[in-house]
Design a protein around this ligand. Structure first.
Ligand SMILES: *Cc1c(COP(=O)(O)O)cnc(C)c1O
Length: 381
């Protein structure tokens, strides 16, 4: 059994290589020649299959320990393809603090096409049970919620889902297979916005899906080709390259995140810190049990007398920007930036406030990151 860190670098063998090149080639070709009219060809057209994209698809299936992987042009392209496996009148239970774009896709778009959704706190098994209807087909959630970093047990939810014949679908963007492999805990489908940690450098938009069973692989594979939101070969290569350094980046990012969370906890201008790596965090125990690390994102509320806009405007090293998972640290205001798609009532219901700041920690020196936060806080007095 090869260690995970070795798998990241060596991945699957480069099978198509007469040159000795040590990385897989980028095949830009959209079409592939038939040797003769009746030939059964492995490749015919890039939407249906492309060797560069397939390398990444096999790699993510290997890392997530699944049956097959699929690469898409964005995380939302991956999510919309997965939800397309359902039929009119199907009902799906979703986590109460899923990514804003997912919330919009499901509640604005898929409801128009006959799906219905019930939103629950997926940490509460009784709430999930109470939401199950005769037409419920699946439970969908993010293990680590955004931006409050609440941890849902994939093990417990997928066991409950199995009892009721439901699929468990996990958006594993915030953790990556380095920190959790949901299929090994009982989930059926794993989704990534590879735009974040897997790409790792804020320079490629991509989505990935991994399925546990051949039947699900067949369904997702069919839709990937039928709907067509596939990942371009150059972008697939960038994600492949990002994955090689995933554990190195993640190790530094979560080490930095913990030090920053502890530092912010001690500030009188900060009223609360959310990071499941903190011993006093309510999600600490479950994070210890099911995650291999708490990840690189944390959030905190500024005290009521601190102007949150002024605070983020003072940051110099942290860029004020949405997204996460890059080598460079980012700060954002969920209320007006990432979660603006949610109606105010939904934002309040999921515990958000205008005082909340989300930090996506990068690989910089933690001393410089803390100094930047401190100089901004110092100007808030
Ligand atoms: C960013 C993100 C998405 C959407 O991915 P895109 O690549 O931006 O389409 C979905 N889920 C989570 C948790 C995300 O952070």
């Amino acid at each position: 059994m090869t260690d995970f860190n070795t798998k990241l670098v060596h991945g699957i063998p480069v099978g198509d290589n007469q040159t000795g090149a040590v990385v897989p080639p980028i095949y830009q070709s959209t079409t592939f020649a038939y040797p003769q009219a009746d030939a059964k060809v492995r490749w015919d057209y890039t939407r249906s299959g492309n060797p560069t994209r397939e390398y990444l698809e096999k790699e993510i299936a290997y890392l997530e320990d699944g049956d097959a992987g699929f690469a898409f042009s964005s995380g939302l392209a991956a999510i919309s393809t997965v939800f397309s496996i359902f039929d009119r009148d199907d009902h799906i239970i979703i986590g109460d603090s899923v990514y804003g774009g997912t919330y919009r896709l499901l509640n604005d778009y898929f409801t128009k096409h006959g799906l219905s959704f019930t939103t629950v706190d997926t940490r509460d098994l009784d709430a999930i049970k109470g939401a199950i209807q005769p037409n419920t087909r699946a439970i969908y959630f993010e293990t680590l919620s955004n931006p409050l970093l609440k941890v849902t047990s994939v093990k417990k939810v997928s066991a409950l889902a199995k009892e009721h014949g439901l699929l468990t679908i996990v958006d594993n963007t915030f953790l990556t297979p380095y920190l959790q492999q949901p299929l090994n805990l009982g989930a059926d489908i794993v989704i990534h916005s590879a735009t974040k940690y897997l790409g790792g450098h804020s320079d490629v938009l991509a989505g990935l899906v991994v399925t546990r069973t051949p039947a699900l692989s067949q369904q997702v594979g069919y839709l990937q080709n039928a709907l067509g939101p596939t990942l371009a070969p150059e972008a697939a290569n960038l994600v492949r390259r990002g994955i090689e350094t995933l554990s190195l980046r993640m190790d530094r990012e979560q080490q930095n995140a913990l030090a920053i969370a502890e530092h912010l906890e001690a500030s009188p201008l900060v009223s609360s810190v959310h990071y499941p790596g903190l011993k006093q965090d309510p999600n600490y125990q479950i994070a210890q049990e099911e995650l291999n690390g708490a990840g690189g994102v944390l959030s905190f509320e500024l005290a009521d007398n601190v102007d949150a806009d002024r605070f983020v405007n003072q940051l110099k090293l942290f860029t004020l920007a949405v997204s996460l998972g890059s080598v460079a640290s980012l700060a954002e205001l969920p209320w007006t930036m990432t979660h603006a798609e949610l109606p105010v009532s939904a934002r309040k219901a999921s515990g958000l406030s205008p005082q909340l700041i989300r930090l996506a920690i990068g690989v910089e020196s933690v001393r410089d990151l803390i100094e930047d936060l401190d100089q901004a806080l110092a100007q808030m007095g």
